[in-house]
Design a protein around this ligand. Structure first.
Ligand code: ZN
Ligand code: ZN
Length: 356
């Protein structure tokens, strides 16, 4: 295998766009763009917080009160960006402009009643239950006639704007299909028509043949930093079988997926021994009644940090031009994640303290 190039353009097959890998600039002098290091954030937090909207039995902004829940807890968002009460009568815009009612459902899913844990710290059985909850939410919301897409995502960490550390994800069930999903669906369909193959399978195949960016693999699930990563430590987690959505994945495959997901999350947290911030999104087929045999359900992680205190700012190339410039090499970032332990540092600390 050749030494990885540090300066080249790489084609992102799922988005059909170029990513500029400019890792040779990594060590250039850096000014600004640093943030405070939240070392061990979460460690000092109590497991119940009186004024947390997500803790069991607490009142939320709407006045509704959370159940005394013990496992996973889902409820409709009190500040929905899409909702059943969105105005239906809209002022018609001028000329070429278009609008439409922002109907749909926005939900919050709490992973645990414990305020001070992260997804990475949950037991494997808890992560399995969460994946089943995602499946049930996708199926329930997706079956509504007005819902054409269900986006399940987690924003984790201050740097992606999350002020409440209580472990939770969000669901937007919308009347439109989100842009990235729409593009992946269209591109996968065309790839199938052209080659007879599943695009995401071809990506998995190339990742396994190369091998340098694989993070975890078991019988039916896999995780890797993709060749065309746009963010440092960007990671995909997926079943190896092609299923348009989580609803079609078998029980044993869900268990395998939970194990790989857990391993990736623990590696993330162990990297800098701090809760690792990310945006996680489940990419699944639209729920508009169509069939999507070429769509391969997967989970994408987009971490905003390049180092514990260094934020990847989206600027000229990304916001101005729409293509990513990555200052890091996917092979090097994958190697860093491969090098850390698969035992969470907080658990390892507890085990040591207990003399085991
Ligand atoms: Zn809480
Ligand atoms: Zn995707």
């Amino acid at each position: 295998m050749n030494k990885p190039n540090k300066w080249e353009q790489r084609w992102h097959p799922l988005r059909e766009e170029w990513v500029i890998i400019a890792a040779h600039r990594q060590d250039r002098p850096w000014r600004g763009e640093t943030i405070g290091r939240s070392e061990n954030a979460g460690g000092a937090l109590p497991d119940y917080v009186e004024d947390c909207y997500f803790c069991p039995r607490n009142a939320r902004v709407s006045g509704a009160r959370n159940d005394a829940y013990r496992g996973i807890y889902a409820f409709d968002n009190d500040h929905p960006c899409v909702g059943s009460t969105a105005p239906e009568q809209l002022e018609p815009p001028v000329g070429i402009f278009r609008n439409s009612p922002a109907t749909g459902t926005a939900r919050v899913v709490c992973y645990s009643p414990r305020h001070n844990v992260t997804l990475a710290e949950l037991d494997l059985t808890e992560i399995e239950s969460l994946i089943e909850a995602w499946r049930d939410q996708y199926t329930e919301l997706g079956s509504r006639p007005e819902v054409n897409h269900v986006l399940i995502f987690e924003n984790k960490g201050d740097v992606v704007g999350v002020s409440n550390p209580h472990p939770h994800c969000q669901i937007y069930a919308t009347n439109f299909v989100f842009k990235t999903i729409e593009a992946e669906v269209r591109i996968s369909k065309r790839h199938f028509e052209k080659t007879g193959g599943i695009l995401f399978q071809d990506v998995i195949d190339a990742e396994r043949r190369d091998g340098r960016r694989l993070l975890a693999e078991n019988d039916s699930a896999i995780a890797f930093v993709p060749y065309f990563a746009r963010y440092a430590y960007e990671t995909y987690v997926a079943p190896k079988g092609t299923y348009p959505s989580i609803a079609a994945v078998s029980r044993s495959e869900l268990r395998d997926l939970a194990a790989i997901l857990k391993e990736v999350l623990v590696r993330f947290d162990n990297l800098w021994r701090m809760p690792f911030p990310y945006v996680m999104a489940l990419h699944q087929a639209p729920t508009d009644g169509g069939l999507y045999p070429s769509v391969h359900f997967h989970i994408e992680f987009h971490p905003p940090l390049r180092a514990p205190t260094l934020l990847k700012y989206l600027a000229g190339p990304e916001i101005g031009g729409g293509n990513f410039l990555s200052d890091t090499s996917p092979e090097e970032k994958a190697a860093e994640l491969q090098a850390v332990s698969t035992v969470h540092y907080k658990q390892a600390g507890r085990r040591q303290a207990a003399g085991r």
